[in-house]
Write a protein that binds this ligand. Structure first.
Ligand code: CAA
Length: 250
């Protein structure tokens, strides 16, 4: 099991555990996460869902770059769709979802955190959308949700430069709600308080807050098409080969 679920009363704590790759999501792990989230969406005993990463270092270091380096446009569209489904479950399930970001939340990891209703960061957490450095773009909702959470200006700067931010900066730009240490204990405390509120009212509040979710379908399409470019192949391969990419503009 790469995505174990532990119940703390009415709170379901979901842990992504693929520590050998800093919890980067490959197909089996992301599929398992999607299935776990589907189950929790439909489970009335689970009133709040808390998402975190196993180990000291990472929440999720992104989509698995080594897997993506072999994808063509059709494969990338299916991969993007799977990530979108997991993120959309977090965003739309009729109960609160909280990310306890215990380390790196990069690329797809930042996108999953952004899809949660509330984000708390450990002091050592780092966030970013570094896809541009791989010759690709965010593909699991980042172009829409980062802009919605932090504003268009911040989202453009972070997505176009691909630079990471530490927990203090994440708090300043509104990417996280608070910094807490230990982050999981704090997130669990808030989750437990939310679990005592009316599930009906929480579900409606969340639905209203989520109106106008942005152009997610457009992102899914263009993320996939980009995988036919030479630059995407170069950027993704260079990561695995531990060298700087050479982009040619095609
Ligand atoms: N995919 C695959 N493997 C990854 C990974 C990823 N996203 N992130 C880390 N790993 C692997 C590393 O390859 C390494 O494996 P090996 O020991 O087999 O070489 C292992 O995890 C440990 O990583 P590092 O040795 O690199 O650890 P570090 O402390 O030196 O650096 C890091 C940590 C800065 C997070 C660095 O690992 C890194 O930059 N990772 C990639 C982050 C990234 O670009 N994420 C975005 C992916 S694209 C995406 O997510 C697209 C999308 O929108 C869907």
């Amino acid at each position: 099991m790469s995505v174990p679920v532990v119940r703390e009363g009415a709170v379901a704590v979901v842990t992504i555990d693929r520590q050998e790759a800093l919890n980067a999501l490959d197909v089996p792990t992301l599929t398992e996460l999607r299935d776990v989230l589907r189950g929790l969406r439909d489970d009335p005993e689970a009133r709040v869902v808390l998402l975190t990463g196993a180990g000291e270092k990472a929440f999720v270091a992104g989509a698995d770059i080594k897997y993506m380096s072999g994808l063509d446009a059709d494969g990338a569209k299916a991969w993007g769709a799977l990530g979108h489904e997991a993120a959309t479950l977090l965003e739309t399930m009729p109960k609160p979802t909280i990310a306890a970001v215990n380390g790196f939340a990069l690329g797809g990891g930042c996108e999953l955190a952004l899809a949660c209703d509330i984000r708390y960061a450990a002091p050592r957490a780092r966030f970013g959308q570094p896809e541009i450095n791989l010759g690709i773009v965010p593909g699991w909702g980042g172009t829409q949700r980062l802009a919605r959470v932090c504003g268009l200006g911040v989202a453009k700067e972070l997505i176009l430069t691909g630079r990471n931010v530490d927990a203090e900066e994440a708090l300043r730009i509104g990417l996280v709600n608070a910094i807490a240490d230990p982050v999981l204990a704090h997130a669990l405390e808030v989750a437990t308080a939310l679990a005592a509120k009316s599930p009906v009212a929480l579900g409606i509040a969340k639905r209203l807050l989520n109106l106008s979710p942005g152009a997610l379908d457009r992102e899914a399409e263009e993320f996939g098409d980009l995988f036919d470019s030479e630059d995407a192949k170069e950027g993704l391969t260079a990561f695995a080969e531990k060298r700087e990419p050479r982009f040619v503009g095609r």
